[in-house]
Write a protein that binds this ligand. Structure first.
Ligand code: IPD
Ligand code: CA
Ligand code: CA
Length: 251
């Protein structure tokens, strides 16, 4: 069954990716939807395509999607969807963004896909079956010294979150190799799974930002917790993901 769910997640993410690519660098209908937060017509078009496929294949499942909110179903299975993670980049023509599709059962993520249509990178994971990039197994990095670590972050939209992020950054910046920020939380987490980043932390994230990618990190051998090192759930707005070895050095 999980395999069947993953197949639909992969297909949905690819359909959304095609829509995003077709509109990238074209006329974008950009609307302010919140404080430091924009949405484009591409976000909603990509989300519609994903939701249509899920509804067609699994009409009883529930959905939580960024632009549509919660759509209830009878089953304990919930699809958590971010049709465009990195809208701020996308709206400026900056080609770093992703599509994120996760499937949860009673709060436990069973399968997750993070798809970057620009680079043709599709990260995927099924619980207990490892994580892949374009079908090949991936693993978190072997780095065990903070001095060698590439640390990435996202600091959300709210002023208070940014102050907290600066507090953590202030310590880490002096101790790590370097700092990166991509502008797509899902992609940055997937990069921890791929071993391209060693540490990622974010504040002010939403369930759809990390639902799929958190499974990719753990299935790749990494660790995901809150910033305090407690177990992380998709309701938590702060997240720390590392290759596992570096986790004790961060929290
Ligand atoms: C955003 C991205 C960004 C993160 C923000 C998110 P969106 O998602 O993941 O990297 O810093 O907190 O809201 O709005 O582009 O889907
Ligand atoms: Ca997002
Ligand atoms: Ca989004």
């Amino acid at each position: 069954m999980t395999h069947h769910l993953l197949e639909t997640a992969l297909e949905a993410a690819h359909r959304a990716g095609e829509i995003l690519m077709a509109r990238l660098w074209g006329e974008l209908d950009v609307t302010q939807k919140g404080y430091r937060d924009v949405v484009t017509a591409a976000d909603t078009a990509a989300e519609s395509a994903i939701l249509s496929l899920i509804r067609e294949r699994f009409p009883t499942h529930a959905i939580l999607a960024e632009e549509s909110g919660a759509i209830d179903g009878d089953a304990p299975t919930v699809w958590v969807v971010d049709p465009l993670d990195g809208t701020t980049n996308y709206a400026r023509g900056h080609p770093t963004f992703s599509v994120s599709v996760a499937v949860l059962e009673r709060g436990v993520t069973l399968a997750g896909v993070v798809h970057d249509p620009v680079r043709g990178h599709t990260f995927a994971a099924c619980r207990g079956a490892g994580a892949t990039l374009n079908g090949r197994a991936i693993a978190a990095s072997p780095a065990d010294r903070l001095a060698d670590a590439i640390v990435a972050l996202d600091w959300g939209h709210a002023d208070a979150d940014r102050q907290r992020a600066l507090h953590h950054l202030n310590r880490l910046a002096g101790e790590c190799r370097t700092i990166r920020t991509l502008g797509s939380a899902a992609l940055a987490l997937a990069y921890v799974g791929a071993g391209w980043l060693d540490v990622y932390f974010a504040l002010g994230i939403k369930p759809w930002d990390a639902a799929a990618a958190s499974l990719i990190v753990t299935e790749a051998g990494g660790t995901v917790t809150t910033l305090e090192g407690e177990p992380w759930s998709i309701e938590d707005a702060a997240i720390l993901a590392t290759n596992g070895r570096l986790h004790p050095a961060i929290c």
